[in-house]
Design a protein around this ligand. Structure first.
Ligand SMILES: CC(C)(COP(=O)(O)OP(=O)(O)OC[C@H]1O[C@@H](n2cnc3c(N)ncnc32)[C@H](O)[C@@H]1OP(=O)(O)O)[C@@H](O)C(=O)NCCC(=O)NCCSC(=O)CCS(=O)O
Ligand SMILES: Cc1cc2nc3c(=O)[nH]c(=O)nc-3n(C[C@H](O)[C@H](O)[C@H](O)COP(=O)(O)OP(=O)(O)OC[C@H]3O[C@@H](n4cnc5c(N)ncnc54)[C@H](O)[C@@H]3O)c2cc1C
Length: 408
């Protein structure tokens, strides 16, 4: 009925087993706000870091859908673990696998398979939704690019080794467009120009650092420039094509949070009694639980559809992982992120005051779910993208763009 193969069922069962360990440390990770290194080691041993890396590069060559199955199970128990699995399988690693030179692919694969969760550095203080207005500049000096700018809300800032930095590529004083630049932190020869300026205190997912990163004359050799087909002038679009994978991953963490909270709510509703009977017998709660289950299944269906659009995975049909369809990814993320905000809140409601206590995981699910309608493209911006795709026309957001459209 779910369209999954026996191998995918087995993979999901393996992820479910590891999720029990993830669940046992989730509250502590939230309380201490420490990146869960012991869980990263377990994820690495289980082969859940770099699942989409092809066998030729030492990975298991799984599909995006395989990764999604694992991410959901982890996120049901520990959303931080789910997000680690997203960035170790999609986003920056997907972009490098698709567009990188053999040496770049080797470097990225080795780092991720050893447990690194790469960081993707797009957002700037004055360029959030309007990411194409970024001002970080990479200026070419011979074989070296020198990068200056500020990125913020960088997930994993301070713990990630591989960084994919989006910046305007300036050659001979000319802005060629937006490109991707790779830098590695935390090893020998740490680049002094990549400064983790501060950790940003977050509402949820507190075990995952969010950081402001200052790029102060960061030197990147030309061999570490990620050059998608079409060059810098098409660079942003091609990099965002790869980023569609991470949107599906983020949607999956939201789904896992909702499904995890729902499971706790269902269990509690069956055992908590008021007025001499289980609260699940009250129609008000029964319908609430029914609606929660319907919305979870709907989100899961859209996410799997989007994941399937990326293809069978490097060792299925292609030599490298494909990317999910842009429209399907945006649709899935809008639905899943907003559903997760509602469903985690409803699950807390089922628990009454006990759900509001930090003794129970419900309030953590609510806090953790909030980010997904913001990060990775807000729900509003993704609706703009859905509208553009279904209407088949560009819908400019700047005043200048609207003036140009009106003049056509
Ligand atoms: C794309 C936007 C930044 C809007 O900016 P513009 O209106 O200036 O850009 P466009 O003309 O729409 O696009 C330029 C170029 O890119 C192509 N494009 C854009 N999005 C996609 C996509 N999803 N897939 C494929 N291609 C895409 C577009 O077709 C154009 O290509 P050509 O130049 O024609 O070749 C804005 O809509 C937007 O997406 N803003 C959100 C920014 C965002 O998502 N940031 C994420 C930061 S990382 C993060 O948050 C991690 C969190 S986590 O994973 O939990
Ligand atoms: C937990 C978390 C993790 C993140 N991780 C990363 C990361 O790893 N790397 C990275 O690069 N970035 C990351 N981000 C940043 C994230 O991508 C941005 O927050 C997001 O793109 C929105 O930008 P903004 O916050 O500046 O909001 P703004 O763009 O300022 O938007 C403010 C409000 O205006 C609305 N709005 C803006 N433009 C439009 C429009 N055209 N139409 C309709 N409404 C609009 C938005 O929907 C929003 O409600 C992360 C953010 C969070 C919260």
């Amino acid at each position: 009925m779910d369209g999954l193969t026996p191998a995918q069922h087995a993979l999901r069962a393996r992820a479910r087993d590891l999720a029990r360990e993830a669940a046992s440390q989730a509250a502590e990770t939230d309380r201490t706000e420490q990146y869960p290194w012991p869980m990263v080691r377990r994820l690495t041993e289980a082969g859940f870091m770099g699942m989409t890396i092809p066998r030729a590069l030492g990975g298991p060559g799984h599909s995006t859908l395989d990764a999604v199955l694992v991410i959901e199970e982890l996120a049901k128990a520990c959303a931080v673990c789910g997000r680690i699995a997203v960035e170790a399988n999609m986003g920056a690693i997907g972009a490098v696998l698709a567009y990188g030179t053999p040496a770049q692919q080797r470097l990225a694969a080795d780092l991720v398979l050893a447990g690194d969760k790469p960081a993707i550095c797009i957002t700037e203080p004055e360029a959030g939704s309007a990411a194409t207005e970024m001002t970080t500049r990479a200026v070419r000096h011979g074989d070296t690019w020198v990068i200056d700018g500020v990125k913020h809300w960088i997930t994993g800032g301070g713990i990630s080794r591989l960084h994919l930095i989006f910046a305007r590529a300036i050659e001979n004083g000319v802005d060629r467009g937006i490109g991707g630049f790779l830098a590695v932190r935390g090893g020998e020869g740490d680049p002094p120009g990549l400064v983790v300026h501060r950790r940003i205190p977050s509402m949820g997912l507190r075990g995952m650092p969010e950081a402001e990163i200052h790029l102060r004359g960061l030197e990147v050799p030309d061999s570490m420039v990620l050059r998608p087909p079409g060059g810098f002038s098409r660079g942003f679009g091609r990099l965002m094509e790869a980023y569609n994978g991470q949107r599906v991953g983020a949607a999956t963490v939201a789904l896992g949070l909702a499904a995890g909270a729902f499971g706790h709510a269902l269990d509690y509703a069956g055992r908590r009694e008021q007025f001499g009977r289980p609260i699940a017998e009250f129609q008000g709660l029964g319908w609430m639980l029914a609606d929660m289950s319907i919305r979870i299944e709907a989100a899961r269906a859209l996410i799997h559809r989007a994941a399937r659009s990326a293809g069978l995975g490097p060792d299925g049909a292609a030599t490298m992982p494909g990317f999910p369809d842009r429209l399907a990814a945006a649709q899935a993320k809008v639905l899943a992120s907003e559903m997760a905000i509602d469903v985690t809140n409803q699950a807390l409601q089922v628990w009454g005051a006990a759900g509001y206590s930090r003794d129970n995981p419900m309030e953590r699910y609510v806090r953790d779910a909030r980010m997904f309608a913001i990060a990775g493209g807000t729900a509003q911006v993704l609706r703009n993208q859905v509208a553009e795709q279904i209407l088949g026309r560009k819908l400019p957001q700047t005043r200048e763009g609207i003036r140009r459209l009106a003049a056509e």
